[in-house]
Design a protein around this ligand. Sequence first.
Ligand code: SF4
Length: 455
Amino acid sequence: MNVVLTHAYYLYEDDKEQKIMRPYAPLGLLYISSYLNKNKIENHVYDSTFYSFQEQLEFIEEKKPKAIAIYTNLMTKINVIKLIKKLKTNTKLRGLKIILGGPDVTYNCENYLKAGADFLVIGEGEQTTLELCSAIFNNKSYNTIQGIAFLLDEKVIKTAPRVKIKDLTDLPLPNREAIPVYKYLQTWKKHHGQSSMTVSTQRGCPYTCKWCSTAVYGQSYRRRSASLVAQELKLLKNRYQPDSIWFVDDVFTVSHKWIKSFHEEVIKQDAIIPFECITRAERLTDEVLQLLKEAGCSRIWIGAESGSQKIVDAMDRRVDINVVKAAIQKTNALGVETGTFIMVGYPGEEEEDIYETVRYLKAANPTHFTITVAYPIKGTSLYNEIEKNITIQPDWKTTTDRDIDFKRTYSRKYYDYAVKYVVNEVNSAKGNTFLSYSKLKLKSIAAQIGMRLYK
Ligand code: SF4
């Protein structure tokens, strides 16, 4: 008896990512796979990234699993629903139990169960998937398994929440051997000349930013020992020779004590690989920056979300925008690249806040920034705050939380132009020739006209 672990992301269908081509392996599934292996549960990972829906179905039919566990997030939700439908009506897969896990299931239990899932894994997946598979394989009762949801007489039953794994040292390394890692490395090399892989050192985040979802690991802070992380880096270095590592942790420098031992261990174990990470400005002292640089850090993403203190406070980011600006400038001065994230259209944001954001970005001068229009993810404080002001609540099965809209200061179209304005205006300041400056400036003016029209 076996379980297939899979997701429903297909790179060839993703036009946006086809232009970016920075795919990463599904680390969460690989952690579950190695945990099941450790506990002698036969499992097969089908990483659909480089394959088609049809190939995925053929694989599942061939393995004839007793259960299938599908990782589900905002991006893959619609494909997951399509996959469930196909599996449910497939006569070769009678009796198959469909399990869903991942961040999108926590606050959409009824919808996913009514879409055909048999079980949902809510929160951290390793122990719950293990216990659930054992119960399914042995026809045992599952009512007392922590962290699951299922339907009983059309009613959603949720069991007691899963107690989080206290010591992450208990987790075996993710089962990267189960997937074609070389395809990721080749894709990166082909499109960027350099390869990149992901590593996780922590779970959870102790902060409370209102728009951020903590649906899987919760508001917690748990970390693997620096020595184990260095061992993993050494193994990756020997086995795959990646050119860089992306640490998927929420706040990499939250513990300065950990950063010191990480620095010590990567040097001691000859495990330095250039890496990038995300952190918060107030957790970046001069000493920490120096340690990061010596440990191989080549780029730090420092969250700000807005250049307006009023909006940063409304988000409950708990950071001073001047501290963020100084952290970006200090990091640049040290020769380490910087990145930051920006959001427009947050409740209460006015035009002057957008101008402040532009001034902040020009002054801080991060090497990279990403920008999006704020959207409410179910289960977050932001969602709860704006719920009564929702103006567009599209059909759940065919859309995602990104498509929900709510009453903002200006129209939705205004913010689409605001995104173009911020990007072109900030980049025009970086334009190193008169021609590039003029082109971007013209685009910025055009976007500003759009903002006026849709205000
Ligand atoms: S945005 Fe970052 S710091 Fe804030 S809660 Fe989310 S992960 Fe934590």
